[in-house]
Structures are given as structure tokens and as C-alpha cells.
Design a protein around this ligand. Sequence first.
Ligand code: HEC
Ligand code: HEC
Length: 254
Amino acid sequence: MNTAPENPDASMRVAVDPARVLEIGAECHYHSGLIRRPVSSRGLEQTKYQVITNMKIVASATMLLLAAALFAQPAFAAGDAAAGKEIGYTCLGCHGIEGYRNAYPSYRVPKLGGQKAGYLEIALKGYRDGTRKHPTMVAHASSLSDQQIEDVAAYLASIGGETVAEGGTQGTSFDKAAACTACHGQNGISVNAVWPTLAGQYQDYLLNALTQYRDGTRTDPVMSAQATMIAEEDVAKLALYFSRLKGLETTKPD
Ligand code: HEC
Ligand code: HEC
């Protein structure tokens, strides 16, 4: 039932062969030393791994970062959604209004419906602890305790998110996005509790976030490095691509 979104640059569309992706994955494990290179069936292995393409190298690098990121994952605790409801109510004054805009610079307030609790918690701590600088969000987060952040994250993650649960947009690809899907998911839907889903997020918000990682206004040990590797001409295309996948929704108060 899912319809493919218009590709930001049709010339960049690539077909993804799942068998090949698995092959690339296996190659990465060899690089990171997670599994032993097989000693038998040499001939077969050589034919399989002989062809070194750029894509393979990029994928290998990404998988290494992914492995590093997995070990560096911050711990997060599950909050109490019922306790977070009261605080959450004030948040919906902005996050609950479809298309609501941030005054300056003018981009839309991010959708939170379907975003994972672990990531919401990390983002809120980022505003509170200084790795993210948005003044209004800093003001909101700085008065919250760890427990309140966990609770409001649990509350927001408990409402909305049907599109994400359905799996989003299947069967599309954009070659430049291949460097992102290892963490942000094949359909732009994160498979990890502490990484953000990008599918369906507002294009202008994604673009602003990427720009901030690139210029150092927003910092993150994993994403800052990723963002600086994106070619200038691809930044807006990537934001557009992920925004057109089905996923996140504006939170509707329950
Ligand atoms: C006045 C409007 C406003 C209110 C009220 C508000 N927010 Fe935000 N929120 C924003 C804007 C704008 C951003 C994007 C900031 C940026 O670019 O870093 C944001 C970003 C966020 C993010 C990061 C999303 C992401 O994808 O990284 C989270 C999480 C969040 N808000 C949660 C909350 C919570 C929880 C509350 C209530 C305690 C709240 N917000 C109240 C406007 C608001
Ligand atoms: C190794 C894992 C990894 C890879 C690969 C990766 N990201 Fe990220 N990304 C993250 C993490 C972790 C965060 C959250 C960082 C934070 O808390 O600020 C993030 C955050 C983001 C955000 C901000 C989302 C929000 O809601 O504010 C955007 C946009 C983004 N990534 C885009 C991309 C794009 C585009 C690519 C590919 C070019 C990419 N990422 C590759 C891990 C990754």
C-alpha cells in the first residue's frame, strides 16, 4: 500500500539488492574482526569479495562507526508515561500543532509522534546540558530533572506513532541515503531506541539540524562526524528525501 515518495534526484536512484547488502555486511564484520574470515571455499570467497566498489568502502566505514556507536551508546531509563502527561501538556502547545513554526530562523517545530523515548530523552538532556542551543527548548528542558525528562519522553512516545509502527515507506532508495540507513533505518525509521527516526520529519527542520551538526552549533559524538562527511550539494537533498518517507507525525493530545 505504500507509495514511493518522489525522489529528490531521480538520476541518483539505485536499486538495492538485499543479497548484496548482506554480502557487504559480512565484509564489514571481517574488517571489524567480529567474525573469522572463512578458510575453506577460498575460490568462492574470492569471487564474492573481489569486487571492491566505492559503495562497499563507504558501507564498511559506516559499519565500523556503527559498531563504535553501539559500544558508546548512552544508557537510558524508561520513564513513567502517566507521570509525564502533565509536563507533556505544555509541550503540545508547539509540538501538537501541525506545521507550527519556529520564529527565527523560520523552520517547523519537529514532529515527535513516533519518535523513540530513548532518543527524546537524549535530545532533552542535550538542550538542558548544552549540546543543543535552541533558546526556547533550552528554557523548557533546563528546569526538568532526569526523572521528569524520562517521564515526559515516555509520555510523548506513548501517543501517536501508528505510521512508524506500520513500517513507513517500503522499497525506495536514494544512493546518498545509504550512508545513513545503517543507523536511521532502511525506511528512515530507526531500529535503535536511542537514535532518531527521520522518516516524515519536516524537511526544513532536518536541514537546520544537519546544518547545525556541520557548523558545530549542535554536537553529538556520532552524528557530528557523519554530518561533516556529507557533500554540500547533498545536504538539502537528504533532508528532502527523509522528509518524504512516511513516518513521524504531529502529536495529537490523547
Ligand atoms: C515554543 C514552542 C515549543 C515548546 C513549548 C516546546 N518545544 Fe520542543 N522544540 C521546539 C522547537 C522549535 C524545536 C527544534 C529546536 C532545534 O532546532 O534544536 C524543538 C525540539 C524538541 C525536541 C528535539 C526533537 C528532535 O527531533 O531532535 C524534543 C525532544 C522536544 N522539543 C521536546 C519538547 C518537550 C518535552 C517540551 C515540553 C516540556 C517541548 N519540547 C516544548 C519548540 C517547542
Ligand atoms: C553511526 C550512526 C549514524 C549514521 C551513519 C548517521 N546518523 Fe544521523 N544521527 C545519529 C545519532 C546518534 C543522532 C542523534 C544525535 C543527537 O542526539 O543529537 C543522529 C541525528 C540525526 C539528525 C537529527 C534528527 C533530529 O530529529 O533532530 C539528522 C537530520 C540526521 N541524523 C541525519 C543523518 C543523515 C542524513 C545521515 C547520512 C548522511 C546520517 N544521519 C547518518 C546517528 C547516525
